[in-house]
Design a protein around this ligand. Structure first.
Ligand code: IPE
Ligand code: IPE
Ligand code: MG
Length: 223
């Protein structure tokens, strides 16, 4: 493992490129989602090995409902299938999982799967993994801010994700934020990767960390 001087506390990842990866392999888009789902477990282990405190993963956006019914159904049932398959392993992990996003449009069975995973892992403290599902920054603001905001501290305390993001990684060779952590990443460094999400592994993760460690973060001040 490479020694890196400055490690971000909080990494947000826009896990993009599952569909294009599958197409490249002449497989249906859902194949890409299956591999992409598996890759989450690898990246969690990488984050733990580097001592990252918070890892926020964008899994399904508030806009992703606009895809075909077949694809949406697949994305809705995959977490349940993974849970049923890996339930026992999950009892032994040392990270905490939280699901962030709207809870009023997903099925009851998906909702209870999320709750069971949260319950199983709630006492772990190595790393917190936020999985953003039916998440968008705009809904995060609309649903949590029902009255006047007093000040910056008040605004930030009302968000689903309270920790500021230090490093954003977007895979899939796209150069946008797609409604992900807009407020939390206001001063984040942003690493764009050409890799499709299922191909994103240790060496690319390391590249992102090295990129981050070389940045001079000024937060509006002069360095
Ligand atoms: C990201 O991969 C996963 C989700 C948005 C659910 P995509 O499905 O967007 O993959 P591409 O961008 O079409 O390749
Ligand atoms: C962003 O990817 C959402 C997730 C990774 C879950 P999209 O593929 O939905 O983003 P756009 O549509 O290319 O901006
Ligand atoms: Mg995409």
């Amino acid at each position: 493992m490479k020694k890196i001087k400055k490690i971000p506390e909080h990494i947000g990842i826009i896990m993009d490129g599952n569909g294009r990866y599958a197409l490249k392999k002449k497989k249906p888009r859902t194949y890409g989602h299956l591999l992409g789902g598996r890759n989450i477990f690898n990246v969690i282990q990488l984050a733990i090995s580097y001592g990252i405190k918070n890892l926020t993963l964008f899994a399904f956006s508030t806009e992703n409902w606009k895809r075909s019914e077949e694809e949406v159904d697949f994305l809705m049932k995959t977490p349940i299938e993974y849970y049923n398959k890996y339930k026992d392993k999950l009892k032994e992990v040392d990270y905490k999982v939280k699901f962030i996003g709207r809870k009023d449009r997903i099925s009851n069975s998906l909702k209870s799967t999320f709750e069971e995973i949260e319950n199983l892992t709630k006492d772990n403290d190595k790393l917190t993994v936020n999985i953003c599902f039916d998440y968008g920054s705009i809904d995060e603001l609309i649903l949590n801010i029902k009255s006047e905001v007093k000040d910056e501290k008040d605004l930030l305390s009302r968000l689903w994700i309270k920790e500021e993001v230090d490093l954003i990684i977007r895979t899939g060779n796209e150069f946008r934020l797609s409604n992900f952590c807009l407020i939390q990443s206001r001063y984040a460094e942003i690493f764009f990767s050409k890799k499709y999400w299922p191909q994103f592994g240790k060496s690319e993760f390391q590249k992102a960390l090295i990129f981050y460690s070389k940045r001079n973060r000024r937060f509006g001040k002069l360095s």
